[in-house]
Ligand binder design. Structure first.
Ligand SMILES: [Zn+2]
Length: 255
């Protein structure tokens, strides 16, 4: 038996090296002290969690970070600070689920600032690209999103798009959003989008009126950045989103 295990070692090493070289990554179960301290200094959502929840958050961030290939675009490399914060953004959104890593989206592309998209000949701050299995972010705009609590947050916005797509893609993370709640959500969304487009809605920005997906992403930004105002102005929509994401950000805010 021992000999068998010893014989396995070269194969395990080769697998690990190949995984590293190809960007296919290995599960990481804990976050280093340096990364924890960085989160504690820079990530408000994490700062407000209980000590037990912080531990769980750290494990989720480590696991997410280890499962993605971070690809620099128009810059030399993606720093560890970028990786930690981008991963934290994804876990912030999915923290209500026991384990959800948006597994279809294996690639995280990071640009220093907004980038030109050939698809529609415009500059983008971020996008989700299912063909490339990628979440694409402008770092400058990602950071700006977390510096202000104005209901605009690029990271959460793009993660929200990825979440809805992940839910529809038939893989191991398929169909995790409750169908009845999604229907309830679509009903709130339809009504609120009508109000946005009629100019009578003032809380959600007008971009939320473009389509269902954009409304969801804009609502998510507000759910995390301005939960108390969201609850006050749209209590039913807020509560449906709470149930859908299995977390209550207004409670975290008040704590
Ligand atoms: Zn969008």
């Amino acid at each position: 038996m021992k000999l068998f295990l010893v014989l396995l070692i070269p194969f395990v090493i080769r697998w690990a090296v190949r995984s590293y070289q190809t960007g296919r990554v290995m599960p990481v179960l804990y976050l280093s002290k340096k990364h924890q301290d960085f989160l504690a200094r820079n990530f408000t959502y994490y700062q407000k969690l209980s000590p037990e929840s912080r531990k769980r958050f750290e494990q989720r961030v480590a696991s997410f970070m280890g499962s993605k290939k971070f690809i620099p675009r128009q810059m030399n490399h993606v720093t560890w600070e970028m990786k930690v914060l981008i991963s934290a953004s994804a876990i912030q959104l999915t923290f209500g689920f026991p384990k959800l890593e948006l597994s279809y989206f294996r690639n995280i592309l990071v640009f220093p600032q907004s980038f030109f998209s050939r698809a529609n000949q415009q500059y983008h701050k971020g996008e989700v690209n299912p063909r490339m299995k990628a979440i694409v972010l402008s770092w400058k705009d990602f950071v700006d999103g977390y510096l202000k609590t104005d209901g605009r947050n690029l990271g959460l916005h793009e993660m929200a798009h990825a979440l809805r797509l992940e839910n529809k893609i038939k893989n191991r993370e398929y169909n995790f959003l409750n169908g009845r709640l999604l229907q309830e959500w679509e009903e709130h969304a339809r009504r609120t989008m009508e109000e946005i487009n009629a100019g009578t809605e003032v809380f959600f920005r007008s971009y939320g009126g473009v389509n269902n997906e954009e409304f969801f992403a804009v609502a998510v930004e507000n759910f995390f950045e301005r939960p108390l105002e969201f609850l006050e102005r749209h209590p039913l929509t807020y509560q449906t989103l709470c149930k859908l994401l299995n977390q209550n950000t207004a409670l975290i805010e008040k704590a």
